[in-house]
Design a protein around this ligand. Sequence first.
Ligand SMILES: Cc1cc2nc3c(=O)[nH]c(=O)nc-3n(C[C@H](O)[C@H](O)[C@H](O)COP(=O)(O)OP(=O)(O)OC[C@H]3O[C@@H](n4cnc5c(N)ncnc54)[C@H](O)[C@@H]3O)c2cc1C
Length: 306
Amino acid sequence: MSMTEKKWREELIATLQLESYQYDEPMYRYTSFRIGGPADLLIEAQTVDELARTVEYCQQVGVFWFLLGRGTNILVKDQGVRGVVLRLGKGFSSINVEGRRIKAGGAASLAAVAEQAARNNLTGLEFASGIPGSIGGALFMNAGAYGSEMQEVVLEAKVYRPGSGVIVLKKEELEFGYRFSRLQKEEGIILEVVLELNRGEEAQIRAKMAELNGRRKDKQPLEYPSAGSVFKRPKGKFAGQLIEEAGLKGKRVGNAQVSPKHAGFIVNIGNATAQEVLDLIELVRVEVHNQAGLWLEPEIRILGGE
Ligand SMILES: Cc1cc2nc3c(=O)[nH]c(=O)nc-3n(C[C@H](O)[C@H](O)[C@H](O)COP(=O)(O)OP(=O)(O)OC[C@H]3O[C@@H](n4cnc5c(N)ncnc54)[C@H](O)[C@@H]3O)c2cc1C
């Protein structure tokens, strides 16, 4: 695409008078997979107002936008992203504890929130202390582990909805399901999340966190870049087990590999391309379908192209 075709970028920056932005920023720098081509424009919004003005401008002029969290559940294609990738700036990372409630900015890391919970003798978030990513991403995905999910601890979320502004959605309104929330079907940016936990004892909470994180380290290939489990769990089964039974543990396409340690993970063993990962995903789906008669559905979100 020529520069004139991307003139919208200069117009956007000038109209909104933004300061924190980059042109053609490689997305591999912002994803745990360490994969992804350049985004036309990457903007780090510092305030709700800046975020709102950017989104409304994009909607108005028809430029695609996408809100990226910590990039731990994302595969960005090699061609990158035509449009704007938005990130939440530092102002969105606060964590405040009031009684049994924790109020966290959408960009706060889930591990940091779990740490604050432990420090304040609050139990219920131990399961999440080893899940990478932001609390906004965790709410969007209804992230979970070891039999618990975000929906068990969420009270409400403050969301910016394009066209209507800031609204508060209560837990019931968030329509949680397995790795699903309402934000996946309606556009909205999670600005703040309020959790409600139970009183516990710090030593016990920390012991639980250490135990779960130890299990994670034993089972997961944390030494390689990845986006965690690639596929959703089919009803009553484990994706990793089906992949292993299909004989695909260690299977490679280029530098993308089904982890020999945990078949549910695809790892980047050295400058893998998004296409290699996508080809491996398809290969796994077809093989598992042949062997087990069901189609695995990706849990990871795929972004970009063209
Ligand atoms: C080693 C490893 C282990 C993992 N283990 C687990 C696990 O045990 N359980 C589990 O559930 N997941 C796990 N994951 C996946 C991932 O960590 C979670 O899905 C996480 O919650 C994603 O958060 P994020 O901020 O990185 O979101 P991103 O990957 O940046 O984005 C994911 C989606 O959320 C949306 N999103 C992010 N932030 C916001 C926001 N503020 N407002 C609106 N939308 C938003 C994005 O638009 C995107 O569609 C693992 C990943 C890795 C790499």
